[in-house]
Design a protein around this ligand. Structure first.
Ligand SMILES: *Cc1c(COP(=O)(O)O)cnc(C)c1O
Length: 388
């Protein structure tokens, strides 16, 4: 049996994979089992933000791997501290908790908000408001946070206490806060899985002000938007707000599993020993890689992300077959006139690998993709959008 048949036989059938087996990569190039080359416009869903095999990152990771791969959180380790420190210094957060995935980073944020409210106002202040069309993860609690019923069915009952409002409907959010005992409001500044839909700036600012005045914690889920993806270090920075909790994962590790939950002043001292934990969280190898990534996301680099954004928008927004483009930085969704699966298939056949978000073509290229690769990919995507 070949790999595809063996996968079907032995791997749990939760993924509708594309008929491609990736065997290796270099920078923004991926290669399949036949040796065919592709330009990577998906980065494993926004994970490999410095591409495949980035020298500096590999050396940070392998040095740590050759020194010490794991200790558990029973002991102090330097990579974990270094990463927490640089994240705090670059964001203004005061403390960080490390886990291993986006869903876990969100679980940590939700638990923190509930404990904050319970300590301060009483245990009945446990409601969490999220937005319709959001995505926050696949665990039972983060599914409850995910405001899309299609993800809920078959798994009921979910964790109690989640309320949903429409993105952009500030009156709706406000009325939920006024009529319920609310611990937190949780948003993605760009709804990624929901179709790469940025929230309106005034809506987000109003939510931040409401949270402040009602002493409700504002959680920003930056699992996808974080770590330079939007052209800012974290997406909230483009919205002129300061959240109480920021969760992130995906691009943070540059390809190794890691989640981080950052606590700003109100949330910084909620957790005390014994209230939360993780065996793998703060793993030295993942943290050494993530430190290298965060260190390199400086202003000059972020500016280059915006230049690539502008290039893609200029090339594609008026292109034939494009109904519209949404998103920030190098997190873009293209609404297509043609069937999106047809466009995707044609891109794949011609050596470019974008992904999908709802009914859009989603672009999440390496943030350091060389311009010549980007140009080549955009040309092929343009042809696929137009059709034969
Ligand atoms: C991907 C994603 C998650 C879930 O992350 P996992 O690492 O798959 O658990 C949560 N929130 C957002 C916004 C995401 O894009």
């Amino acid at each position: 049996m070949n790999i595809k048949e063996l996968d079907k036989k032995y791997v749990a059938d939760t993924y509708a994979r594309f008929p491609i087996e990736i065997v290796k990569g270099e920078g923004s190039k991926l290669y399949d089992d036949t040796g065919k080359e592709y330009i990577d416009m998906g980065t494993g869903i926004g994970v490999n933000i410095f591409g495949v095999g980035d020298r500096e990152w590999v050396s940070a990771v392998t040095n740590q791997l050759n020194t010490l791969q794991h200790t558990s959180n029973l002991y102090y380790t330097e990579p974990c501290v270094n990463l927490a420190q640089i994240l705090c210094e670059k964001t203004g957060a005061q403390k960080v908790f490390f886990s291993n995935s986006g869903a876990e980073a969100n679980e940590c944020a939700i638990k923190c908000a509930r404990k904050y409210a319970a300590d301060k106002k009483g245990a009945e202040y446990n409601k969490i408001i999220t937005l319709n069309n959001s995505f926050h993860g696949r665990t039972i609690t983060t599914l409850a946070a995910t405001g899309q019923e299609s993800f809920h069915k078959d798994f009921l009952p979910l964790t109690e206490g989640f309320l949903y409002a429409d993105a952009g409907d500030f009156d709706g959010v406000k009325s939920l806060v006024e009529n319920n005992k609310v611990a937190a409001i949780m948003i993605e500044v760009v709804q990624g899985e929901g179709g790469v839909v940025p929230l309106d700036k005034a809506f987000v600012k109003n939510i931040a002000e409401l949270c402040e005045s009602e002493d409700v914690l504002l959680i920003v889920d930056e699992v996808q938007t974080g770590n330079g993806r939007t052209g800012a270090l974290y997406g909230y920075m483009k919205y002129d707000i300061i959240p109480d909790i920021v969760s992130t994962a995906k691009g943070l590790g540059g390809g190794l599993p890691i989640g981080a939950t950052m606590f700003f002043p109100k949330a910084a001292n909620v957790y005390v020993p014994g209230t939360h934990g993780s065996t793998f969280g703060g793993n030295p190898v993942s943290c050494a890689g993530a430190f290298n990534i965060i260190k390199r996301l400086d202003d000059a680099f972020l500016k280059s992300v915006e230049e690539k954004h502008d290039y893609i928008i200029n090339e594609l927004s008026d292109a034939e077959g494009v109904k519209g483009i949404t998103g920030l930085g190098l997190m873009l969704g293209i609404e297509t006139e043609r069937d999106v699966n047809e466009v995707l298939k044609e891109c794949q056949e011609n050596g470019v690998l974008p992904i999908k978000a709802k009914n859009k073509i989603r672009l999440l290229p390496p943030l350091n993709i060389p311009f010549e690769d980007l140009e080549k990919a955009v040309k092929i995507i343009k042809n696929a959008l137009r059709g034969a």
